[in-house]
Design a protein around this ligand. Structure first.
Ligand SMILES: Nc1ncnc2c1ncn2[C@@H]1O[C@H](COP(=O)(O)OP(=O)(O)OP(=O)(O)O)[C@@H](O)[C@H]1O
Length: 258
């Protein structure tokens, strides 16, 4: 099914139950439980809150020490073997995602679960790029692309692969304003379940559900409008408190000394 088709009612069920996750010596999640059924879900929170770690568990890259992560009733660590191509992740850093030296080869990789020949996959990748006005990118080497262009390639690779569940980790971070708008429109049109982690709150404010993670815990969970507003108020309060304590620590102004 093409990602460009109108939004359908096909919604994945994602069940995270009582999960504990350690990364190195860091306990990222402790008894985390979430059921994620909405078609658009935003993940927000400070650096280190656990957003990427949640994605890594869902796509089976990290296995929790206890609890379970099930995607459409399949254990996350078995998803790749049982249903190849069911979950797709756009990594925060394009260099963690891109494997092949050219754009068309990278896009063709996403078609391999369909079992078509490499030649056919390359042809489809070229056609897809042409349909996006990017025919001139086909044979471009990844090394010749800017950071934002690489991020764009990562999104194109997910689009052509068309997994049932899309996990987008900071997908807007390096994109210019037109690129952000285009990606926002692509996400809005996608037929799949999409979960977006971002620090750019306007991209998820209209989502039906946004989860604010705070040190691995769910701090707020509700409509995009309400959760983004709660997070912004908290950040504003923290900055105000920090400014106060900073001023407390400053030496007296010359006027007050006189
Ligand atoms: N490879 C690692 N080894 C040890 N600890 C890690 C590792 N990767 C992440 N962590 C820790 O896990 C916690 C969650 O990190 P994570 O990358 O999931 O946060 P995040 O919310 O995605 O942050 P950001 O907004 O900066 O992308 C942090 O405390 C981080 O320091």
């Amino acid at each position: 099914m093409s990602i460009l088709q109108a939004k359908s009612n096909a919604i994945s069920l994602l069940d995270i139950h009582d999960v504990t996750l350690l990364r190195g010596s860091c306990k990222v999640f402790d008894a985390l439980t979430l059921q994620l059924n909405e078609s658009r879900i935003g993940l927000i929170g400070d650096n280190g809150a656990g957003k990427s770690s949640l994605f890594r568990m869902i796509c089976g890259l990290d296995t929790p020490q206890s609890g379970s992560v099930r995607v459409r009733h399949i254990d996350a660590h078995q998803v790749n073997s049982k249903r190849p191509g069911m979950v797709g992740m756009m990594f925060q850093n394009p260099d963690d995602q891109i494997i092949f030296p050219t754009v068309e080869e990278e896009l063709a990789l996403g078609l391999s679960p369909s079992g078509i020949s490499r030649r056919e996959a390359i042809t489809r990748a070229r056609d897809f790029l042409a349909s996006r006005g990017l025919a001139h990118w086909s044979e471009r080497t990844i090394g010749s692309l800017s950071q934002g262009q690489r991020q764009h390639v990562c999104w194109l690779a997910l689009m052509i692969a068309s997994p049932e569940l899309l996990l987008l980790d900071e997908p807007f971070a390096s994109l210019d304003l037109p690129g952000q708008a285009l990606l926002g429109m692509d996400i809005a049109k996608a037929s799949q379940q999409v979960i977006v982690s971002t620090h750019l709150l306007h991209h998820v404010r209209s989502f039906e559900r946004v989860i604010w993670l705070d040190k691995g815990q769910v701090r707020a969970d509700g409509s995009g409008q309400s959760v983004c507003a709660a997070y912004e108020s908290d950040v504003a309060a923290r900055l105000a408190a920090q400014a106060l304590s900073f001023n407390d620590g400053l030496p007296d102004s010359p006027e007050s000394i006189r």
